[in-house]
Design a protein around this ligand. Structure first.
Ligand code: OGA
Ligand code: MN
Length: 223
């Protein structure tokens, strides 16, 4: 086989592997992984450019629950979302990166991640998402949550932190500042979390890997 690796391509592969390795180790040992300023720069700038130039009306009020149970609930969450389907260059680059991470984690952690769904999210100043979990035990649905932040020059005073809690004690584990290129991953069934209000517009991507829970009498679509 004749494999030609350009230097740039080889460097990118190397960086991704280092990051994926850290994420995989953290997830195995503590169930979550947080990496400030770590999304590959080319991808990060593409995604940032994309959310900045997207028409406002691409974003729709987020719901809670799935399919016919979907409700818009003002009390729980106020953000607006736009699902990523890979039609844009930026969306496609993101889904490629997420697929690389999926392959890596399946190889190293045997998580059996089967599909991935994700959306851009926009929190206007004052918006929040109250404490919640992304999945519930025994439902064989969302396994791993991933969030990345697209906010250049975010400072602590801007607020908008992601707060993670212990499931049993409900004690706070840590607060994450939604800074440019920060990546957060955590086991969806294990960690209640919330988004605090910010004083400026807050952009992120939230995504979820699922296992395949299709059975003979049940077909489980990605979302
Ligand atoms: C979510 C979520 C966290 C964040 O969309 O389910 O918890 O920091 N997002 O944006
Ligand atoms: Mn969540």
């Amino acid at each position: 086989m004749n494999v030609v690796l350009t230097e740039e391509f080889a460097a990118k592969q190397f960086d991704d592997e280092l990051l994926f390795d850290l994420m995989s180790t953290n997830i195995a040992t503590q169930g979550y992984s947080i990496h400030p300023n770590s999304l590959p720069p080319t991808l990060l700038y593409k995604l940032h450019q994309h959310v900045q130039t997207m028409p406002d009306n691409n974003f729709k009020r987020a719901g809670i629950g799935r399919e016919d149970n979907l409700m818009v609930n003002n009390f729980v969450r106020k953000d607006e979302v736009c699902w990523i389907n890979g039609e844009s260059d930026a969306g496609k680059a993101w889904l490629d990166w997420a697929a690389d991470l999926q392959r890596y984690l399946n190889r190293h952690l045997f998580l059996g991640l089967f599909s991935f769904e994700s959306h851009f999210a926009h929190y206007s100043p004052g918006d929040y998402y109250k404490k919640h979990k992304d999945a519930f035990k025994g439902q064989a649905n969302r396994v791993l949550s991933v969030v990345v932040y697209l906010n250049p020059d975010w400072i602590a005073d801007d607020g908008g932190e992601l707060v993670m809690y212990h499931d049993e004690t409900q004690e706070e584990i840590l607060k994450v500042t939604p800074g440019f290129g920060t990546i957060v991953a955590f086991l969806s069934e294990e960690f209640p979390h919330e988004v605090l209000p910010a004083s400026r517009d807050r952009y992120s991507i939230a995504g979820w890997y699922r296992v395949n829970s299709s059975g003979i009498d049940k077909v489980d679509p990605p979302r």
